[in-house]
Design a protein around this ligand. Structure first.
Ligand SMILES: *Cc1c(COP(=O)(O)O)cnc(C)c1O
Length: 385
């Protein structure tokens, strides 16, 4: 068969698989819906942090709203048949506000330019846009700077009076909540309270206020608000290191391509940056940095096979990595685990993050398109009582 006519999915498959453990996500979602007493906005940006279609599962476990970065992410959730409030907080000035307004996607707004662009569309459609005004509390990222907050509130109030907008929420985001003792947390909470106060003073009456994400929710540093925007925690990541109840929900696995015996003093990989110090066996695995393995983890990372950890040797390349298996001679097709929940001694997402000097979020969101997704659920539908 000529290459050009290979089916696309087939042409891209490397044999590697990313297993998504829906039960772990459900358990994490239950934990957060208890902790927040049902005030849980489950954050689904970046394909649910790389976990795929899990939104309806977290809603079944108690999430009452969904969060997304772009409108497109929000629309994909809405069009998959989910009816809960959906908030999108990061959009360019020419985003598809018409679809957002007509499909009831709430929009985060941090500046007058964006507000005007949304209001223009809402006026044309004759339907008010649902807005969450976003206050910067100290990150200097998105969120309106303090000096612009008052004007933003006044402009939004004017749009409300003309029927083009409805300010349903006020949001903020904390910069240091992963360090619960950082004095910045209190400063940001107070700034948020002041921003909400100032908005009410300008005639706005938002139904919900929200600033806590995973860390602030777990560490309890966000104060009392109507919603918690939880992403990382749903996927088992606790940046605040204050919880022991969350479960990682991904396993990354790949089949051995080939194995070989080598002597001592043999170089492995580009630059021969690793040399064997004894006769050993090497196994070739079809995962590389294009598939999301951080190249920076070379010389530190381990995989799990036949009940024990083995080191990756040589520099991780684009499509493959080599493992030193000592006396074990792996068989082509045998499955090797790069990371998993950690219950059997396999490396976790946290190990990969530390081996590459990054955070778990980056590891889970960067798995490449050649890796097949396998959605695993042992969940049994609850029968209505
Ligand atoms: C990603 C994001 C969240 C979720 O944060 P986690 O720490 O992953 O829970 C909440 N709010 C905003 C604005 C975000 O960008």
């Amino acid at each position: 068969m000529p290459y050009a006519s290979l089916p696309r999915a087939h042409a891209h498959r490397s044999g590697a698989e990313l297993h998504v453990h829906e039960d772990a996500i459900r358990a994490n979602a239950r934990h957060f819906s208890r902790l927040t007493r049902g005030r849980l906005m489950a954050v689904m940006k970046a394909d649910a942090f790389g976990h795929g279609p899990v939104a309806s599962a977290v809603i079944e476990e108690g999430a009452t709203a969904l969060g997304a970065a772009s409108i497109d992410e929000g629309l994909a959730l809405r069009r998959s048949g989910l009816d809960v409030p959906i908030l999108s907080w990061l959009n360019p000035i020419d985003a598809d506000f018409a679809s957002a307004v007509s499909e009831r996607i709430d929009l985060g707004v941090a500046g007058a330019d964006l507000l005007h662009a949304i209001v223009r569309v809402a006026r044309r459609l004759g339907c008010p846009a649902r807005l969450h005004l976003h206050a910067d509390l100290g990150m200097s990222r998105d969120g309106a700077p303090a000096a612009e907050w008052r004007t933003l509130c006044e402009l939004a109030r004017m749009a409300e009076c003309r029927g083009h907008a409805q300010v349903v929420g006020i949001m903020g985001h904390m910069s240091c909540a992963d360090r619960p003792d950082d004095p910045q947390n209190l400063r940001e909470r107070l700034r948020f309270d002041a921003a909400v106060c100032s908005a009410r003073h300008r005639g706005l009456s938002p139904a919900v206020t929200h600033l806590a994400a995973t860390s602030a929710t777990l560490a309890g540093v966000g104060g009392e608000h109507d919603l918690h925007r939880v992403g990382a925690g749903l996927y088992g990541i606790d940046p605040s290191h204050t919880s022991h109840e969350l479960r990682f929900a991904l396993s990354l696995r790949a089949p051995v391509i080939s194995a070989r015996q080598v002597g001592a003093g043999v170089g492995v990989g580009y630059g021969a940056r690793f040399t064997t110090d004894r006769p050993t066996h090497l196994a070739l695995l079809p995962l590389g940095y294009a598939d999301g393995l951080p190249r920076a983890a070379s010389h530190r990372a381990e995989v799990f096979v036949r009940g024990r950890r083995r080191p990756i040797v040589g520099v991780i390349s684009m499509d493959m990595a080599v493992v030193d298996t000592g006396d074990d001679v792996l068989i082509p097709g045998e499955i090797v685990t790069f990371f998993g929940p950690g219950k059997e001694g396999e490396p976790t997402v946290a190990d990969w993050a530390s081996w590459s000097d990054t955070i778990e979020h980056e590891i889970v969101t960067r798995i490449g398109a050649r890796v097949s997704r396998v959605h695993r659920s042992t969940h049994i539908e609850r029968t209505p009582e």
